[in-house]
Write a protein that binds this ligand. Sequence first.
Ligand code: ADP
Ligand code: ZN
Length: 442
Amino acid sequence: MPFKSHFLFLSMAFWDRKIETLPRKELEELQLKRLRDTVSRCRRSIFYKNRLTDIEETGFTKVEDIEAIPFTTKNDLRTNYDYGLVCVPREDIIRLHASSGTTGKATVIFHSRHDIDAWTDLLARCIAMTGARKGDVFQNMISYGLFTGGLGFHYGAERVGMMVIPSGIGNTKRQIQLMKDFHTSVFHATPSYALHVSEEMVMEGFDPKEFDLRIGFVGAEPHSEQTRKKIENIYDMNVFNSYGMSELNGPGVAFECEEKNGMHFWEDNYILEVINPKTCERLGPGEEGELVVTTINRQAMPILRYRTGDLAKIIDDKCPCGRTHVKISRIKGRCDDMMIVRGVNVYPSQIEDILMAFPEVATNYQIHLERDGALDAFIVKAELYPKMFDGDLNKLKKLEGEIAKAIADEVVVRPKIQFLEPGTLPRTEGKAIRVVDKRGEM
Ligand code: ADP
Ligand code: ZN
């Protein structure tokens, strides 16, 4: 095993073995019961009271009966701002969160004590599943505040018993200092920030492998398998994919187990459907589509059949880890991340996967789309490691050709490649900006 943490796999822990390995039949019975209860509860909200007049949840006999319920969209959440979806008296709400507003106005979500407790438990499950445990030092390098990533992991990590350093995102020098001084063994970050920290370490003369880090949780933005491998190799640690969104609590919706082959979707708390985003037709395992999710263990603000906008597929296999909850693939991106370049559909994650497989490519990249007469100019800007800029232009030319070809083989359109020195592209705190589309401006 290549990573420092390998010995911990021997003690891989279940947080709640009974629920995590519940036989499918019992899991589905639990889902059905919770679904009926959730629909009844939803009727207490102004929004769902009208929406659900034709639904008779008492007659539901199987989980698939959920299909009778209309979808809920981000727009429903926006137009029913502020308390339109709330199902409990105002004084039973103990927390407000909001999405980061990547695709427009932020939406607010409310939680009761039960909700925070159940969410914390989900995070504890995710964390324990990776081998992180009491005694670990956990540095939470992600935004706190309205964004759910910070507090969600914070509570979960404390419940597991790790020593939490709530460092938040940014102030990278201090992050490194804390890691060194307190022997951080587990961190949570966006993949782009995890890479950024490693660059800063090198700039300060450290080798990222020499830190005590052994487990990383990365999420909140799309990233490829190659990016995970890059982070694992740079730090010599195990990295796990973490998926969630504020409308569904935040992190803790789906998470990778030690198999690192898909994320277990916690079906005792959520009902998952995958649909064709255009026709809304239900898709089967292995078919890629939009995730539609119903919360079935939430009191203050349950959401029915929420159109997440995220694209992925169900992985139809029995996981060797013993958990029975369904697994989903890596998130390909949001439906609206798709770029149409010269008539071809391209996702940033496809480009990223190719770039990160080239060892010469450093940690940051950006895709630029511009108008070039009647055509789209498709430019991929990639930072290279400094050793590539030794004056050998032939080497650069050759690499440029190889990358352009690899991308054209995957997505059909051939990009122009621009190489940059590390640190040239803008760094964002929070979610990385991967696409700059200026075609509308010209
Ligand atoms: P916003 O929708 O404003 O960005 P959130 O902060 O709640 O609000 O972010 C949730 C979104 O982040 C998800 O819908 C998804 O698009 C993205 N996301 C979260 N985790 C992952 C992940 N592991 N892989 C890919 N995308 C992710
Ligand atoms: Zn598993």
